[in-house]
Every structure is written in structure tokens, then in C-alpha cells.
Write a protein that binds this ligand. Sequence first.
Ligand code: AMP
Length: 190
Amino acid sequence: MKMVLLGLIGAGKGTQAKLVAERRGLLHVSTGDMLREAVAQGTALGTQANDYMSRGELVPDELVIGMLLERISQPDASAGFILDGFPRTVAQADALQTALEAESQGIDIVPFIRVPEDMLLERIAKRAEIEGRVDDAPEVAQRRLREQAEGLEGVAAFYGEHGALCDVDGVGSVDEVFERLDAELERVSA
Ligand code: AMP
């Protein structure tokens, strides 16, 4: 199964992506994790991405798209993958679609974990406190949320047109949200 998991920052996307990957034996691909790793290792990509990330801005499409397509072309992605944090723009969605179509493949399902904005801001503030993430400072978080919301609705519309989008209510415990998500996946894999 190939899937894209959508959700704004704080929606629990990363946590759910890990659970789904484990349950379904899929490769979990988080572009945020990959970029943070590149920054930590001081690679050329990391150096280029670092400024954007610390400002809470999106890393340019041309950098992220190349990184992602390379990752999912690896043998460990052949049994299926779950993308977490990609695509964030329609250009990214388009590039992914084109690359998959070239191999007669496609994305099977795109769950969108929906959580009201005030609840998201609360969760982000809590996480910033716990993890001390520079890019989760309150002012930065709000800007990221607005930026992301715009881009994400475009991406959601893209997958809506391709028939793979489904909304998942993201309010509740991790287990509750996972059960809802898993029910959608069951529907597709049945
Ligand atoms: P995340 O952990 O998914 O919230 O990502 C952390 C940061 O990495 C984001 O704020 C962006 O700066 C960058 N990033 C991650 N994924 C992407 C993407 N698909 N496109 C552009 N920038 C990204």
C-alpha cells in the first residue's frame, strides 16, 4: 500500500504514521525527519535547508522533491510506504504523481487527520515546551500553521480530484484516532 498522510502540525500525523507503518509493514518516510538528519549531518542539502527550517518556512520544492523521490526508489520502499510531511505543495504532489505514474503506480489512499486550529495551537505550545524545538516557538508555530493550512488544502484538493482523499477526525486519544484511520485503510485494502 502506498499512502500519504495529511494533517497540520500538531494533528498527531507523525505518531499515527509510525503506528500505521508498524501495523501494516510499511516504510515510514518523514521528510521533516530526513531534513533534520541532513542538517545534523551537515550535508549540502542540510546546509541549504537549515535557514528555511529555522524560519519555519517550507524548504524549496526542488530540494525536497529530489530527496523524497530518491528515498522511495530504494528497495525497502517496494512493499509500500507512508509519507508523513510530503507533499506539502501541489507541485510536490504533482511530481510524486508523475514519478509513480511513470511506473504504472499511484497513491492508494490519502487520509487527512482533521483537528480544529485552537486545539492544534495548544498542542504545538506543549510540544515546544517538552522538546524545546526552535521551530515550534509560538510566533513561528502560528505562521507555520497558516502557511501549512494553505498549502495543505491545495494538496487535499489535488487528491480529492484523484479520488484518494478521506477525512479522519483527529480529536480524541491516539488509540481512537488510530482506529478511525485503520478502518479507512481496511476499506481500501479490502
Ligand atoms: P515537519 O517535521 O514535517 O513539521 O517538518 C519540519 C520542517 O521541515 C518544515 O517546517 C519545513 O521547513 C521542512 N519540511 C518538511 N517536509 C517538507 C516538505 N514536504 N516541503 C517543504 N519543506 C518541508
